[in-house]
Design a protein around this ligand. Structure first.
Ligand code: 2DE
Ligand code: MG
Ligand code: MG
Ligand code: MG
Ligand code: MG
Length: 320
């Protein structure tokens, strides 16, 4: 579905998006731009830029899309990619988007610099929009991304649902919240529509991360194109294990010691898979997905709005 939507988008766009050429500034060291563009053009889902473009169309009520929305979509994809390049260093992940990760193919030092370069290029592009509110919103999302990852690093060994949701908002939903908010800010819509777009971004973002955490248990490396079954090893208590703890209190112990003793990860994983944790996690994601769809239903009916509803549904049905 998403693939078809993206190809239909490029046809009607004002300008063709080309992240590679934007990364390859004439004065930049060619290897820095090449390496930093490594994940572009690979099999990413591109959900974030797709949401920006469709939301812009739904709000503007036009099928022709103005350049500023394409720029915002690029900014969002660049920030997201920068965060993944750094995430793979932190998580010591060796694959991403079906290929070897930058940190694994090269090394951590280069990966950190590539993430920094992507982030700085995204700031240059963001400033070209000449919109202070959008700059503020997107800058807030970058700072929240970092805070989410920081909270996660510090909250290992904690089994709290409130902490999990707050961290999920910060590390994933904030970027979607502010991307959708910025999309609305770039139009001349009134503030109720800005609020609807913001809420939609938050709800779809939470659904998205909750399913990411579910897929860590239920998907495979081959299908996901990145390592799965790693969250427990990383010491992370995500929704599936938090729910499973309600049925199997012994998990509390494993969480507290961050799944650090031999056999802990296997024991925890078996209990999670035996429990209702997976089903409950899916239901939690569906709850946020339904809220996101309710937000969309407050926008006037259009082809783009209905595509946004379909994409929201695929967020919880996806297997990668
Ligand atoms: C994805 O979580 C994490 C996203 C946020 C990462 C943020 C960092 C702060 P996962 P997967 C690293 C730095 C931010 C910048 C440079 C903007 O569950 O399963 O680890 O895809 O994702 O590995
Ligand atoms: Mg990761
Ligand atoms: Mg991570
Ligand atoms: Mg994950
Ligand atoms: Mg992901």
């Amino acid at each position: 579905v998403t693939k078809n939507i993206i190809s239909s988008l490029t046809i009607k766009s004002g300008r063709e998006s080309n992240l590679f050429s934007f990364m390859a500034e004439e004065k930049t060291h060619p290897a820095l731009s090449t390496l930093s563009s490594y994940y572009f053009g690979l099999k990413g889902k591109r959900i974030r830029p797709t949401l920006v473009i469709l939301l812009a169309k739904a709000i503007e009520g036009k099928s022709q899309i103005q350049d500023r929305y394409i720029t915002l979509a690029e900014v969002v994809e660049m920030i997201h990619t920068a965060s993944l390049v750094h995430d793979d260093v932190i998580d010591e992940a060796s694959t991403r988007r079906d290929v070897l990760s930058i940190n694994h193919s090269f090394n951590n030092k280069l990966a950190i610099l590539c993430g920094d370069y992507l982030l700085s290029r995204s700031c240059i592009l963001l400033s070209s929009l000449r919109n202070h509110e959008v700059t503020e919103s997107m800058s807030n999302s970058i700072s929240e991304l970092v805070e989410g990852e920081f909270i996660q690093a510090r909250s290992k060994g904690q089994a709290s649902f409130d902490n999990y949701l707050r961290k999920s908002y910060l590390k994933t939903a904030s970027l979607l919240t502010n991307s959708c908010r910025s999309t609305a800010l770039l139009s001349s819509c009134d503030s109720t529509v800005v609020d609807i777009a913001t809420e939609f971004g938050k709800n779809i973002g939470l659904a998205f991360q909750i399913i990411d955490d579910l897929l860590d248990y239920t998907s495979s490396d081959e299908v996901a194109g990145k390592p799965t079954s790693v969250d427990l090893q990383l010491g992370l208590a995500t929704a599936p294990v938090l729910y499973a703890t309600q049925e199997y209190p012994q998990l509390e112990n494993l969480i507290t010691r961050k799944f650090s003793e031999p056999g802990d990860v296997e024991e925890a994983k078996n209990l999670v898979l035996k429990s209702k944790g997976i089903e409950k996690t899916r239901n939690l994601a569906i709850k946020y997905c339904n809220l996101a769809i309710e937000n969309l239903l407050q926008l006037p009916q259009s082809e783009s709005r209905d595509l946004l509803i379909s994409i929201s549904q695929t967020v919880v049905l996806r297997n990668k």
